[in-house]
Design a protein around this ligand. Sequence first.
Ligand code: ADP
Ligand code: MG
Length: 408
Amino acid sequence: MKLDAKAIRYLTSEDFRVLQGVEAGSRNHEVVPTPLISQLSGLRGGSGVHRAISNLAKINLIAKVKNAKYDGYRLTYGGLDYLALNAHQKQKVVYSVGNQIGVGKESDIVVVADSSGAQRILKIHRLGRISFRTVKTNRDYLRHRNTGSWMYMSRLAAMKEFAFMKALRENGFSVPEPIAQNRHTIVMGLIDAFPLRQISKVPHPASLYSELMEIILELARFGLIHGDFNEFNILIKEIADPSGKGKAPADAEADESDENVRLEPVIIDFPQMVSIDHANAEMYFDRDVNCIKRYFQRKFHFVSDAPGPFFSDARKNFLRNPGKRLDVEVEASGFSRKMARELENYMKEVGVDGDAGAPRDDLEDEEEDDDEEEESGSEEEEEAEEEEQPEQSSTDVDESSKRLEALH
Ligand code: ADP
Ligand code: MG
């Protein structure tokens, strides 16, 4: 499913109010009956409402659903995207929409720009998208839930990600700048860098490795475990460093071409973050550590001499020398413990397992030839995208402009 930037320009204010009406009705109606849409949109007179409904259905922002008892409409992903994008536009956060650069299992990543042309990233959470069509039990499970649940859960994921990004950024962690959150979307600063996954050669794996382990420990000192710390969620910025400072002692043997470049990891993707007090904290901590260990071994043939880091050390360090409790701060910021629990349960129930569950078989080949140029890996992702849509969604507007496209 692609974000449809074009539709945004062609709605009348009546259409828009009706769309908002369907959204409001979706919160507690699986299928929103037409009279309720009429009432919630606050429009007098029936014909206007009917015309707007048919306009919106034509461009797939809402979809007609026949229920056993009555006919009505539901909001589609496209409809929700529209509402979120419209809000970002009104708040002058987004002026134009460009390429979709990523299709994750549970999100779409789109380059957008503000009115000055500065590029940003729009992340659209689509919780349950894959799970709808892959696991039958999930499908059965979801069938019995309110349609609003994917919207609500995607919104929770966006709220959570935004709250953590903000807290991390304010406390000196290297993460994108959080700019805005609306419904199931967030807007953040664009990091001009590739994921570690796409970096075929690192001049000094040992220093990058220890830097990543330090980040894991530093997160723990602030009460947090990333929960999905892997080569897809670590962007590697190359920073020109003419002074040659920041080089590890082993850098002496570096190629000349590598000498003046410092690699700075930027961490992204926070919907799975957990508190260091979480019941399974140790499991998540070990998984994060082992993901990096395994990746460095397979891709860069690097194995650290130092064992660990272990959760017990992280915990000791946290108790002896705690940073601010960001897990607690985030709770206070509006992403409550109850919301965290709801989101976590939903993710578990529909089988969301972050990038940790992504196929990594192709890494096997790289062991043979690690100089090989690596493709972005987006092909397989695109294939996944071609699969049938969840039965609940009829939106599939193939709109992938090569240029940034003004929203109005
Ligand atoms: P998902 O939850 O689907 O894994 P991510 O937040 O990890 O989504 O983003 C998916 C991909 O999109 C990343 O691996 C990265 O390549 C790209 N990406 C995400 N956020 C940014 C950003 N702020 N700047 C640049 N690229 C980004
Ligand atoms: Mg990711």
